[in-house]
Design a protein around this ligand. Structure first.
Ligand code: 3PG
Length: 402
């Protein structure tokens, strides 16, 4: 490995900054955490740091969206899972956070509040500039080591991800170590045809990655679900009215040019399920009306996609197929996961929402690699080097002693 791991350091008595990704699905009505998988995953790294003073930092949601919350509930979940005290401070880089860090004893764990409360964490920086942010300047003085373990946000160049590794010794945590090892092994044996099932709501991120996946021979068929399917259906003029998403015309134009460039690669739904007064109503895409809210795939699309999945050599699924948090609209997501789990292909399931759904369905054992990462994993599979990996390689060059 070109990066350092926890095994390369003497951790006893050290004060360690650990960038985790505890960004969990949140119930938009109750604000409760819906799936705790990403918090559970953090434990392995924390156990390796049992003799250190540990400070966990994570983001949750994006400023202004319904998943943007404080981290108090995350601290409670972690405390229950580990059956030990987790300190929590309602602050990220201010005096309260700094004092809480300074007062830690060996073996204690402190969770900071949502990093995105600090404005800088909502912007992308070049690593050398990230090192000069107020966040990194203030906090780095308090630490001996930075552990980067937030693989789901490894594609972001935020200060907490690329800045600390410029000024502190840095290494990968157990999640990043495992992800990189497993994915590199899988990618060397991956066989064609490569079938990618893409859903979820982070459409701009996905559009960037799709082209690279196709160009790099990683996507022979792209089966579209969720909001991204709606964008492509608009590009095909099968949905006539605007979807109401940010930068919609630009995004639809990108989808349009992708279909033009790779007409045989994309599959879009032939039928959908819409929400009519809380009820699931299935219909052909030709019958979609202006005001219809598309919340799931229809049965013909599920059958059609499932056939393509069963003939695949490698399958990669990322993002839910619909509004799977609602009982009436989880069918598409559960059926896609069933098809993936029962195929003979090498299979990768990606993203916090799908990982939660997979666990609920008891299918986890049938999948080759499960990753709570979404967009970062899609980008990793294109062969692009992720910002976090570059930061780790930089630190390894600088601090490798063996
Ligand atoms: C994710 O869930 O994909 C990561 O936590 C990154 O979140 P972001 O897309 O809001 O940066």
């Amino acid at each position: 490995m070109k990066i350092l791991t926890l095994d390369d350091f003497d951790l006893k008595g050290k004060t360690v900054f650990v960038r985790m990704d505890m960004n969990c699905p949140i119930d938009p009505e109750t604000n409760e955490i819906l799936g705790t998988k990403r918090i559970e995953e953090a434990i392995e790294t924390l156990e390796s740091l049992k003799d250190s003073k540990v400070v966990i930092a994570s983001h949750q949601g994006r400023v202004g969206n319904s998943e943007y919350t404080g981290m108090n509930k995350h601290a409670e979940v972690l405390e229950k899972l580990m059956n030990r005290k987790i300190k929590y401070v309602e602050d990220t880089i201010g005096e309260a956070a700094q004092n809480a860090i300074k007062n830690l004893e060996d073996g204690e764990i402190l969770l900071l509040d949502n990093l995105r409360l600090c404005a800088e964490e909502n912007y992308e920086f070049k690593p050398e500039n990230a090192a000069k942010t107020i966040m990194v300047s203030r906090l780095s003085k308090l630490f001996d080591l930075c552990v980067l373990d937030s693989f789901p946000s490894a594609h972001r160049s935020h200060p907490s991800i690329v800045g600390f590794a410029q000024v502190l010794p840095a290494c990968a945590g157990r999640i990043v170590e495992r992800e990189v090892r497993n994915l590199d092994t899988i990618m060397t044996v991956a066989k064609a045809p490569h079938v990618i099932i893409l859903g979820g709501s982070k459409v701009p991120d996905r559009l960037e990655a799709i082209k690279l996946l196709i160009q790099n021979g990683r996507a022979d068929h792209v089966l579209l679900t969720g909001l991204i399917a709606n964008v492509f259906m608009r590009a095909q003029a099968r949905i006539k009215s605007p979807l109401g998403i940010k930068r919609e015309e630009e995004i639809v134009a990108k989808a349009h040019s992708l279909i033009g460039e790779y007409p045989d690669v994309f599959a879009t739904p032939v039928d959908v399920a819409i929400d009519k007064d809380g009820q699931r109503v299935e219909m052909d895409v030709r019958e979609i009306e202006k005001e219809d809210k598309i919340f799931d795939l229809g049965p013909k699309t599920i059958e059609y996609y499932s056939k393509l999945i069963s003939g695949a050599g490698t399958v990669f699924i990322s993002g839910p197929a619909g509004f799977f948090e609602k009982e009436n609209f989880k069918y598409g997501t559960t059926q896609m996961l069933n098809a993936v789990a029962n195929s003979m292909a090498t299979t990768i399931v990606s993203g916090g929402h799908l990982t939660t759904a997979l666990k609920q369905q008891g299918l986890a054992d049938k999948i080759n690699h499960i990753s709570t990462a979404g967009g970062a994993l899609v980008l990793y599979l294109t062969g692009e080097k992720l910002s976090m990996m570059k930061a780790l390689e930089y630190a390894a060059e600088k601090y490798r002693t063996k």
